[in-house]
Design a protein around this ligand. Structure first.
Ligand code: HEC
Ligand code: HEC
Length: 251
């Protein structure tokens, strides 16, 4: 005997499964490489924010995300986060972050040590260093005129006195790391080029702008000198976001 009730039940279940099945199975089938609709400011937060498999209501937006965006740029909606790394290439955002970075790189506190010529620059107007100071092969000065004759391990107090740092020097003449006169596109390309940046990969570049002593000295420039336009922390954050979003070159 065929049990009609039983078969009707099974059929009904099948119909329900076919209609909803794709929603249940898609997250599992798409596997590791899937970009989940996860919204958040970090991978860890993101995966709590509604990206679990089978979340029928879709991604959940949090107010903080709507206001600041994952990018930290006001008015920009949160971008999709890659489930594994939290890094999704986004050329528009990436370029925009570099333009923030560029403002700092071109400020006198950085550019004065990244000149296009073979003499350091000085002052808010980035005029050529007085007293005929030259780069020299290793960036520490030419002949007897060494940087550390005048630039001490710390700032010398007083207006127009030499700023100081234990590492004070220019990049060497075989790798000048020129910022002066570069467009955003040219400078971004140079920073990413291992033959021009001291062999640094992306992680090492981020580490350099976050922890290097000479970079940090830009925010402790000595009396009477203006600070770069962003804080050091914000600069390092924008630099990292530029690379995390793909390290795109501005147009
Ligand atoms: C003879 C002394 C002397 C030597 C040598 C010297 N400097 Fe200076 N440097 C100074 C003085 C003084 C100032 C401050 C000038 C001022 O503020 O008007 C200065 C300022 C600077 C500035 C400007 C800092 C800023 O934030 O604007 C840079 C950059 C600089 N020196 C780099 C170097 C480098 C690199 C070398 C070696 C290649 C070097 N200097 C060698 C005396 C010297
Ligand atoms: C006293 C001179 C001096 C100052 C001031 C200075 N730099 Fe540099 N910078 C160097 C030297 C020397 C190197 C290369 C050696 C090294 O890696 O430490 C370098 C390397 C770099 C690099 C490595 C990659 C590349 O391609 O250029 C970056 C990025 C950088 N500096 C950023 C900055 C920023 C940002 C500031 C300002 C906040 C700054 N620097 C201020 C001397 C300076």
């Amino acid at each position: 005997m065929i049990n009609v009730k039983k078969w009707v039940g099974i059929l009904a279940l099948l119909v329900v499964f076919i209609f909803t099945g794709s929603a249940f199975t898609r997250p599992f089938l798409s596997g590791k490489a899937a970009v989940m609709p996860v919204y958040g400011t970090s991978p860890a937060e993101g995966s709590l924010a509604g990206g679990s498999p089978g979340n029928a209501n879709g991604p959940s937006y949090r107010e903080s995300d709507m206001m600041h965006g994952e990018s930290g740029i006001p008015g920009r909606k949160p971008a999709l986060l890659h489930r594994e790394t939290g890094k999704v290439p986004d050329s528009v955002l990436s370029k925009r972050h570099f333009l923030e970075v560029y403002k700092v790189l071109m400020s006198p506190r950085c550019m004065n040590c990244h000149p296009s010529g073979d003499a350091p620059l000085q002052g808010e107007d980035s005029h050529i260093h007085t007293m005929g100071v030259q780069r020299g092969l290793d960036g520490r000065g030419l002949y007897a005129l060494k940087c550390t004759n005048c630039h001490q391990p710390q700032n010398t107090p007083g207006l127009h006195m030499p700023p100081g740092n234990p590492k004070w020097k220019l990049p060497p003449s075989y790798m000048k790391m020129v910022f002066q006169g570069k467009t955003p596109r040219q400078l971004a390309a140079q920073l990413l080029d291992k033959t021009q940046n001291g062999g640094k990969n992306k992680a090492q570049l981020i580490d350099h702008v976050t922890h290097d002593m000479l970079v940090a000295s830009g925010w402790n420039p000595g009396e009477g000198r203006a600070l770069p336009p962003l804080t050091h922390k914000e600069f390092a954050r924008q630099f990292k976001l530029w690379l995390d979003k793909g390290g795109y070159l501005p147009d």
